[in-house]
Design a protein around this ligand. Structure first.
Ligand SMILES: [Zn+2]
Ligand SMILES: [Zn+2]
Length: 302
């Protein structure tokens, strides 16, 4: 986030703060005039209230952009619209999913702010030059699978705890309203649920060093992945199906609740005895096809 804030400051926010919170020199203040010629803000980049406002705006804009860009792309390009004929697909479900997401974003942003603020104030282990960390490029590449394994395992347990009866009803049930989710369900959570499942991403850089570009790239990629696994696709039989927790696995999670809690890999579910293999016979599309066939036969008989 420090990288994003730096870019935003350079190209937009320095000018905005200079305009709205200009620096007033003491002698100029005496004359009750603002010295605009100096073109500086009374709030420098390191000013905490400025950072809080900037980060809130950037996070809100960023999450809306990521959500609508990736979810729309996935909805129009990957999601099988026949799935909407499934008996458990709710009336006006897409609108409901979008509304739930939009209602969650402001609260999620607020809860995430302390992490982003701590990061831009330099308390994380994010570094900017490859040579700043031992191992150079080797460490940089190794940190990618490590990040995925770490966050996957943490999210597995957070997600599993969210299915505990005490937490399920108040926090996680809103996400399980979608038995047949569309990509727009990817962020349709109770805000505290969505936040809790994102904590490992933020925590990682306070525990382990990571290059700032890698971190930013992965942050966007994991958002994309969350959207991708919600396309209710049960296409099975691909080579990595036993290892990668993909859309087919997450479709089963929405159908059967207590299986496939993982985010990227199947290992945590296998170790935790919650794995269910996505067999083609479990595809919810089969029920749609069966109903269609039944209806056709009924019309024929009539
Ligand atoms: Zn889900
Ligand atoms: Zn769940």
């Amino acid at each position: 986030m420090d990288l994003v804030l730096e870019i935003a400051d350079t190209y937009v926010l320095d000018a905005v703060y200079t305009k709205f919170v200009p620096l007033t020199l003491p002698e100029a203040a005496g004359l009750n005039a603002t010295v605009s010629a100096i073109a500086m803000s009374a709030w420098p980049r390191s000013h905490i209230p400025r950072q809080i406002i900037s980060l809130s705006i950037i996070t809100l804009l960023g999450i809306h952009a990521l959500y609508f860009l990736f979810a729309s792309a996935s909805y129009y390009l990957i999601f099988n619209h026949e799935m909407m004929l499934h008996p458990r697909f709710l009336p006006k479900q897409v609108q409901l999913e979008i509304r739930t997401s939009l209602e969650a974003f402001p609260v999620m942003t607020l809860l995430t702010l302390p992490w982003f603020l701590a990061e831009v104030r330099g308390w994380s282990k994010v570094y900017s030059s490859v040579d700043d960390h031992w191992g150079g490029w080797w460490y940089l590449f190794a940190s990618i699978p490590f990040y995925l394994l770490f966050t996957d395992y943490c999210i597995y347990w957070i997600h599993r705890w969210l299915h505990h009866p005490l937490l399920y009803k108040p926090l996680h049930k809103p996400h399980h309203k979608w038995i047949i989710p569309t990509p727009f369900a990817s962020h349709a959570f109770h805000p505290v649920d969505g936040y809790l499942q994102s904590v490992p991403y933020h925590l990682f850089i306070f525990l382990f060093p990571m290059h700032q570009y890698v971190y930013l790239g992965l942050f966007v990629a994991v958002n994309f992945w969350s959207i991708f696994i919600h396309d209710s696709d049960m296409i099975t039989g691909h080579a990595l199906e036993n290892v990668i927790n993909g859309p087919a696995h997450h479709t089963l999670h929405h159908l059967y609740f207590t299986v496939n809690y993982g985010q990227y890999f199947t290992w945590a579910d296998r170790a935790g005895n919650s794995y269910r293999h996505p067999d083609a016979t479990l595809d919810p599309l089969l029920e749609v096809k069966m109903r269609e066939r039944g209806e056709k036969e009924k019309t024929k008989a009539d």
